[in-house]
Ligand binder design. Sequence first.
Ligand SMILES: [Zn+2]
Ligand SMILES: [Zn+2]
Length: 371
Amino acid sequence: MKRDFYEILGVPKDAPADVIKKAYRKVAMETHPDKNPNNKAAEDKFKEAARAYEVLSDPAKRQRYDRFGHQGVDGPGGGGGGQQFHDASDIFEAFGDIFGDFFGQQQGRGQRGGARGGGARRGNDLKYIMQIELKEVLEAQQKPISFESEQDCKPCAGSGAEPGSKPETCTTCNGRGQVVRSQGFFQMATPCPNCRGTGQMIKNPCKTCKGNGRVAVEKKLLVTIPAGVDNGTQLRMTGEGEPGAKGGPAGDLYVEIRVKPDDRFEREGSNLYAELEISYLTALLGGDIEVETLKGKKNLQVPKGAQYGEQVKLPGEGLPSLRGARVGDLVYLLKIVFPKKLNKEEEKLLKQIADIKGQSPGKDKSGFFGF
Ligand SMILES: [Zn+2]
Ligand SMILES: [Zn+2]
């Protein structure tokens, strides 16, 4: 026979949420496995209280429990989604925030992978996405960047304890940061719920970092981007990532390049491609055409008799390669544009040409012009 949840927590049926929370903390503290080693009865009570709290702290579940009793919140179909707490670490996972303050822990503690616990730790690697213009690929660039990072809090030297005080060894795990729990035949080591694996407790948290041991700082850097970078090129800046904790080495900063698309040019490796519209006369007679390149206006020589889709290059007007080998070309794909209308003079002259070629309109049997 299951015990009544209200009875387990020792609260009246109309108890408000904060009373239920307080009552649960009290029961959980008394029956905590670390305080009652090898006491099966206490462990059962600890789990029972967690289940009671799980239901009574959730308004919907509590309502179902009030109407239908245990059936309303148990098992499949009960709609309860009843959580099965197998061991204490499940419970800490579910209600860690409650235990957090009742074991005297400070907010934010251990959230950053235990920055404060133990000794030196390498800072995290950071990634910075940098957008550049296609034009900037031509030459090495220096660009200032700024980003937020974390470093050890200066007043407490990263300990999280107010200057003058010291973090104390966690009494639950004796500073090991882990506790071993038995479950059936198994013994499992889990992070200590009291200190969240840091092995230390702070009674008097540092005011600057609120006991976290780390503070956010703005880092400013000048990044040198070599010529020839491409989308996705990663530049590694050793030691420019997040500062290490307690004298540990800093992480690295990875600057990832994104080259903004330029609608005039298509990039393929170190070559650039562009379309160029020319008149049918330029195609036939050839000529110099002013074109745009990344470095400004240049003259492009269109050969006589150029064909539609033909490629005409400006050697060396592409992009440098990152490895410093050769500079690419700027390649123009020719598109020949025919006029939709001719003036009288043009028409007369073109008809003369057609006569010469024996291709006057109406006389051309093949239907093709043989240029
Ligand atoms: Zn501990
Ligand atoms: Zn501090």
